[in-house]
Design a protein around this ligand. Sequence first.
Ligand SMILES: Cc1cc2nc3c(=O)[nH]c(=O)nc-3n(C[C@H](O)[C@H](O)[C@H](O)COP(=O)(O)OP(=O)(O)OC[C@H]3O[C@@H](n4cnc5c(N)ncnc54)[C@H](O)[C@@H]3O)c2cc1C
Length: 551
Amino acid sequence: MSSRLADYLNKYLDGVAVSAPEVLRRYANDGSVLDISPEVVVQPVGTTDVRKTVLLSSQLAEKGLRVSVTPRGSGSDKTGAAIGDGIVLDMRRYMNRIISVDPRQRLVHVQAGATISEVNKALQPHGLCLPLTLMGFENPELNDQNHTIGGLIANNLGGQALPRLGRLVDYLVQLEVVLADGSVYHTTSLSGRKLKTIGVETTKGKEEAPSFADRINAGMYKFVRENSEVLAELRARRVGNTGYLYGMTQVGDAEKSLNLMPLFLGSQGSLGVITEVILSVDYLGPSPDLMVAKFDNVKQALAFAGDALSENPSILNLADGRLFAEAGKSGKSFLPLGGLPDSTLVMLVGFDDSSAKHRQKKIRNLSKILTKNDISYVSSLRQEFNEEYFNSILKAALNRVERNTVQAPILDGVIVPFQSVEKYLNGLPRLERLLDNKLMAYGSLITDLWTVRPEVDFTGADKRPILRLAREYGRFVLECDGILAGEGGEGRVKAVSSLVRRNDFADSVDRFVKKQFDPRGIMNAGVKQTITVDQVMEQIRRDNDFGIMEL
Ligand SMILES: Cc1cc2nc3c(=O)[nH]c(=O)nc-3n(C[C@H](O)[C@H](O)[C@H](O)COP(=O)(O)OP(=O)(O)OC[C@H]3O[C@@H](n4cnc5c(N)ncnc54)[C@H](O)[C@@H]3O)c2cc1C
C-alpha cells in the first residue's frame, strides 16, 4: 500500500512522495515520547500539492479507506501531534518561502514552512521583527527559532498567556488553508448579514450550492449565535488549548462578524493544513536590560516577583537552581551566581522598554529591594551578560543524557496561575519522593507556563513508570488549578483519558468543530481526540534518541 500510494502521488505532485523505510523511520518521531511510522511522506512544493494530497485522502476515506494527513513543520511538537500513521506532509522541506515583506504596513507574507528565524532574517533589514521569541520566552529552547510559522500557529505558541506581549492571534492577519475536502480557503471576516444568507438563496434555486467553507461558516454562525452568552463568559477566562474551545471564543460575535482564523490556533493540524500566512510584525526593539537573582526559598522569590511585576517586566522567569548545577556538569555555568545550594531558585528579570533610561531605572529600583533583603543578584547594568547565554544553560540542563536516561518531555508547558505557584513549587519535592525522580521546574511568572523534565530510560521494557509520571504530575498540576495544554495543544500525550477534564459545553464545541471541518476524520487522526492509556502505551518510543532531526 505504502509504495503504491507514493507512486500514485508522484504522478500528480510537483513535489515528492517517499515510502522508503529509512525515510519513514526518520519521520516516526517528533519532540515527544511517542513513535509512529507513517505510510508515506509527502514533501509538497506549493499549495496545489497539498490540495492534491488532501483530496486523495478524502477520496480514499469516501471509499472506506482511512489514510490520515498529518502536517508537519520542524517536528518539535512535544505531544506526538507531528507524527501519524498515514501521510506525513513535510511543510518544512520546500514550502519555506518568504513571499513578500511590506515594511510600510508592517506585514509579512510567508509559506507555512518558513521558520521564525528565516522570517526574522528577512525582516531585519527593515527594522522589523516577529516578536515571537518573547512569546516563548519561558522556554529556553525556543531561542533556536527553528520552528515553522505553521507549527507555531497550529500549537498556539505562547498561547493565551501573554498579558503584556499580546497573543499570537493578535499578530495573524490571514491564513491560507487547505480544508479537508481539498479546497483552498483564505480566512476572512464575514458579516452577520452575509452569514445569514449562506445557502438560503440556494434553496430557492437562485445560486450555486454552498461550498464546503460556506457550510462551515454557516454552521459556525448558527452555533456561535446559539451559544453567545456562554462564549462571551468564557472569552474573559483562560481556557487552555485543549480541544477547540479557545478558538471558538475568538471567532467573533455572530451578529457582527465571524472569522474562522482563530480556530486554527492550537488545532495541531486536525482542522486543515495551513499553507500560507500573512502576519503583522513589530519594530525591532532594544535588547532587554536584565537582572538575575538567587533566592533561598519560594516565598522570598514570589514576594520579589510581586515587586518585579509592578514594574511591568517583559521577562520574569524562575528556575530550580539545581538545573544550573546540572548544566555545570557539562561545562555550562553562569559564573556570577557562584555555587548554588540545593534549595536555591534563580530568577531572570528583563525590561524591554524603548527608553534606556526607563529600563535602567526599573533595574535600579529592584536592585534596592534585593540589597535591602540581602539577596544576591547581578544586573546587566554592572556586568555583561545576555539572555541567550542564560537560556543556553537551562537548555543544556534540560537535554542532558546521563546514565542511559534522557530528560523526558512528558508534560511540558503547563499553565500554573501565579496564585498557585507557591503550592506548585513547594509541592514538587513531595512528588519527587513519590516518583523517585527529579522534577526541576522552570517557568515564567508572566506567561504562567511551567515545565519539568523527569529522567526516563525509554529502552526499558516496562513503560508503566512513564505513564505513572505523566499521571501523577498531571494530577498535581490540576490540583494547583493548572491547565495541562497551556503551551501547545493536547496532541496525543496530553489527551490520555485520565488527564482530560472537560465539561459538556467544551465537549459539544469539540464535536461540532471537528464534524464541521473534518467530517471524514482524515485530518491528523488520533490527535486532539481522547486516547486510552493502553493506546498511548503502544505508541511510546523504545529509544533515548531525542535529537530533533534536521530536514
Ligand atoms: C506541550 C508542548 C510543549 C512544548 N515545549 C517546547 C519546548 O520545550 N521546546 C521547544 O522548542 N518547543 C516546545 N514546544 C513548542 C513546539 O515545539 C512549537 O509548537 C513549535 O512552534 C512547533 O513548530 P514545528 O515547526 O516544530 O511544528 P511541528 O512540531 O512540526 O508541528 C506542531 C503541530 O502543528 C501541526 N502543523 C505543523 N505545520 C502545520 C501546518 N502548516 N498546518 C497545519 N498544522 C501544522 C502539526 O501537525 C503538529 O500538530 C512545545 C509544544 C507543546 C505542544
